[in-house]
Design a protein. Structure first.
Length: 408
């Protein structure tokens, strides 16, 4: 293994604040993996941070054994509210610090829908592994008071349950119990069909996990997933000081009043449920998510799931090319480059993503607060695609850009 190299790259900051943006970078040459291309990635990230797209980030590229590239920088918080919007109201907003807050490797990012694959999916599979239930059970069996429905746990994981993608329950329901009843009632009209991504399915799965195991998602995740994987900073309801947490949207449509979302989950339904849900709510650091991704590259040594269970996760597949899915994950990230067969990936609305490519013994974790202070969906999608294309270029070795077999 080559020597560890470290560098700090500095450039002009975004218009607000008018101070330099810094990117802290470490990278090392792993066997069969030259590090020549990583400075290109650093320069690209620096240019993006200078334009505040995203404001702040932390990322890792790693193998099953080690981290090859790590970068973090920009800003965890830029501003109190969106340009031209109303000022935040209420006592909380008055005590928010006015100075910009830098992002680094210790920053906790709102993982958004990565919660689905980092928390809910492992717990669903672990209960199956322990024979507490089967992924072929009707999900209604584990939801007291649910209407009769043929929709299975597996159907929800594959997003083929025929459930609505999303509803603003936080605007129409009076509290967590009413939200729960409204979501469970969605099963009455559900019919298995084509792939249709649904937060609702994973909300149901979160409650089903709690009913089956007899404990809360937060407790189960902390004990059964985070602790064995060494994810010391990742969980629901972060207790860290706000400067350690990346801010998300200001004055958006996920709250009943204006203000900057900072320290609480961005997703409106997860927030209305108290911050814990099967579809969103998890906060984490890049190192913790790197440990999670790296463990999936070692199925024979995974501390939580057996190789057989991981094979089950990746072998059940449905959907056409653009929407193809296995249990919990998407496959074929075509807009992100020509990643090999067997690659799995997922994104989060706040600007997070994780990609795992077993054929390359490689994983990419990208955590950002891309919706801070406002959403920029097109720019965020373009940024994500370019990052993964550059990482893929960094992983290319050998004549003609061939990929080596890491198992040789």
């Amino acid at each position: 293994m080559g020597p560890l190299e470290s560098s700090r790259v500095t450039g002009n900051g975004p218009a607000e604040p008018r101070v330099p943006t810094t990117l802290a970078v470490t990278y090392q040459e792993l066997p069969g993996r030259p590090a020549d291309h990583y400075p290109v990635i650093s320069q690209f990230l620096m240019r993006q941070l200078a334009g505040a797209i995203p404001p702040g980030l932390a990322m890792e590229v790693r193998s099953s054994a080690a981290t090859a590239y790590s970068a973090a920088g920009g800003w965890a918080k830029l501003t109190e509210s969106a340009p031209g919007s109303a000022s935040p109201a209420g006592p909380t907003s008055r005590v928010l610090p006015q100075a910009p807050v830098p992002a680094d490797t210790g920053t906790l990012f709102d993982l958004a829908s990565l919660t689905k694959v980092v928390a809910t999916l492992p717990l669903v599979l672990l209960l199956h592994q322990r024979r507490r239930w089967s992924v072929d059970d009707p999900v209604a069996r584990w939801l007291p008071g649910a209407p009769a429905s043929p929709v299975t746990i597996s159907d929800c994981l594959l997003h083929i349950a025929g459930l609505v993608p999303f509803r603003q329950y936080y605007l129409t329901c009076a509290g967590p119990e009413e939200i729960r009843r409204a979501v469970i009632a969605e099963l009455a009209a559900a019919a298995v069909g084509p792939v249709s991504y649904s937060d609702v399915g994973f909300m149901l799965l979160g409650w089903a996990v709690e009913n089956c195991a007899g404990e809360s998602l937060a407790t189960l995740f902390a004990r059964e997933v985070a602790r064995p994987l060494g994810m010391t900073s990742t969980g629901y309801l972060p207790a860290a000081p706000r400067p350690r947490i990346a801010a998300t949207e200001a004055d958006g449509d996920v709250r009943t009043r204006a203000g900057l979302v900072w320290g609480d989950v961005h997703d409106g339904n997860a927030f209305a449920l108290g911050g814990t849900s099967g579809h969103a709510g998890l906060f984490g650091t890049v190192a913790d998510l790197g440990r999670f991704a790296g463990a999936l590259l070692r199925p024979d040594q995974h501390p939580v799931l057996s190789a057989e269970t991981i094979a089950l996760m990746t072998s059940r597949q449905t959907g056409p090319d653009q929407e193809a899915r296995v249990l919990g994950w998407r496959v074929r990230p075509e807009k992100w480059g020509s990643w090999p067969d067997g690659t799995i990936w997922h994104t989060g609305f706040t600007g997070t993503s994780m990609l795992i490519a077993p054929a390359l013994d490689a994983a990419v974790v990208l955590l950002t607060n891309a919706i801070h202070p406002v959403r920029r969906a097109a720019e965020t999608a373009e940024f994500r695609a370019k990052v993964h294309q550059e990482v893929l270029a960094a992983l290319r070795t050998g004549p003609g850009g061939a990929f080596p077999d890491p198992r040789r």
